[in-house]
Design a protein around this ligand. Structure first.
Ligand code: ATP
Ligand code: MG
Ligand code: ZN
Length: 408
């Protein structure tokens, strides 16, 4: 990468609350508070890593101190608007709770609170990783937090809200940041790629977003990796490779093989996974997810909103689900769950999976009740009359009663 290269996550950090992806429950409430002027004096932002806590803290500080504000949309031109995103505003004091966690550190902060802001409206203390403060430090903070001077605002951020004392929690307005849904992350990645001139498919961005597990920062870092590996037009294969994902085609081969009882197709898929060097356990994990998705599609078209699969895949799953009874899907899932656990512990995971294929392809739905009733009646007749009933056409029946195994 060139000298001036800035990681995507840094370069694309939103500068306003409105620009943030997801977290609308947070931005809307803050926006209302800004508009009405009913502003609490202390805020706590909690949630998983990389979902926008620090970003929102800075953007909110900007909204608070914009000379044309306070406003949800800051003007972007005044001194605070320019200084705050650069971290050079004298009125926005960012404290890293992890390294400034002593009583003395908080006493210093408390002393500073008395002085008026130099140019902005408020003096804003952003304490990141606030859960790292010592017990004494929290106590030293209490009094100030209870009755700060009117020109002071506190914004705390933490990933571990359970480590914050009740006494602090009861004095702040709390906002829980959520993991960002895959499609929302993908949409943001699309915006970034378009602006950066990176040509990549929607499917690939969905994969990146899935791998980021709801963290925008992680997803953006993965996108950085994809670009440094695949250049400005990374292919889906490259993305799959860099993410360490199993090729979706192989997953579908396996799924279709399992559901149609085609053992050879399954074994080919297992071999393909093994040869490309993927973890077998990762494969069974993704397969489980796919079986679950198929079951959901079979259950109800509305279940789609609980799925992370891209639209094309949902249609494919829908077609697959049509030919397969729900019970077969449920049993396949349960057996596969066991297999997945075994595979994860096995020293020869490939063999474990190959052996499991035999068990999995034999899963068939139990026969419809009508057929069973017929068969019972038939048996009864035979017992009573001693003579065999006239032969009736039957689909699958063999001497060693495979149903016994099936219905176990
Ligand atoms: N909701 C979001 N919308 C757009 N970009 C986001 C969002 N959340 C995070 N990002 C991106 O991810 C980067 C990291 O976000 P941020 O520092 O706000 O996360 P955080 O929640 O404070 O994480 P941590 O707990 O690790 O401190 C930002 O620079 C930004 O580019
Ligand atoms: Mg942060
Ligand atoms: Zn401004």
């Amino acid at each position: 990468m060139s000298d001036g290269y800035l990681a995507i996550a840094r370069k694309w950090r939103p500068r306003t609350l409105e620009e943030m992806a997801g977290q609308t429950h947070v931005t809307r409430t803050l926006g209302n508070a800004l508009a009405s002027g009913r502003l609490h004096h202390a805020f706590l932002f909690t949630g998983a890593r990389g979902v926008g806590k620090t970003t929102a803290a800075r953007a909110f500080a900007r909204s608070l101190n914009c000379m044309k504000g306070p406003a949800l949309t800051p003007c972007g031109e005044c001194t605070p608007c320019i200084e705050i995103p650069n971290g050079t505003s004298p009125d926005v004091i960012e404290v890293d709770g992890a390294s400034n966690n002593s009583v003395e550190d908080i006493r210093d902060l408390r002393d500073g609170v008395r002085y008026l802001p130099s140019s902005g409206r408020f003096k804003i203390y952003v304490i990141d990783e606030v859960h790292m403060l010592s017990k004494g430090a929290f106590n030293a903070l209490l009094k100030t937090l209870e009755e700060p001077p009117p020109h002071v605002k506190f914004i705390f951020a933490t990933t571990e809200v359970n480590k914050i004392p009740e006494t602090i929690l009861s004095r702040v307005q709390r906002f829980d940041f959520k993991r960002i849904p895959g499609p929302v992350v993908a949409e943001r990645l699309r915006l970034i790629c378009d602006a950066e001139g990176v040509q990549v498919s929607d499917a690939a961005l969905r994969m990146v977003a899935r791998a980021g597990e709801g963290s925008m920062r992680d997803s953006q870092s993965l996108l950085d990796q994809v670009i440094s590996f695949g250049g400005m037009s990374p292919t889906d294969e490259q993305v799959t490779q860099i993410l360490g994902l199993v090729d979706r085609r192989v997953l579908y081969e396996m799924l279709e093989g399992l559901l149609s009882g085609d053992a050879a197709r399954c074994l080919d898929a297992v071999a393909a996974v093994y040869e490309s060097g993927y973890e077998i356990a990762q494969f069974t994990g993704e397969l489980l997810e796919l079986v679950r998705d198929t079951a959901l599609v079979a259950l109800s078209p509305k279940a789609e909103r609980h799925m992370d699969a891209p639209v094309e895949e949902r249609e494919r799953l829908g077609r697959l689900a049509q030919g397969v009874p729900a019970e077969q899907l449920a049993r396949t899932f349960h057996v596969l769950l066991e297999v997945h656990d075994q595979v994860a512990r096995a020293s020869r995971p490939r063999m474990v999976l190959e052996m499991a294929v035999a068990r999995l392809v034999s899963i068939r739905p139990a026969e419809p009740v009508g057929v069973l009733v017929d068969r019972l009646a038939d048996l009864e007749r035979r017992m009573r009359g001693g003579g065999a009933a006239p032969p009736r056409p039957r689909g699958r029946e063999s001497a060693d009663d495979p149903e016994g195994e099936r219905r176990r």
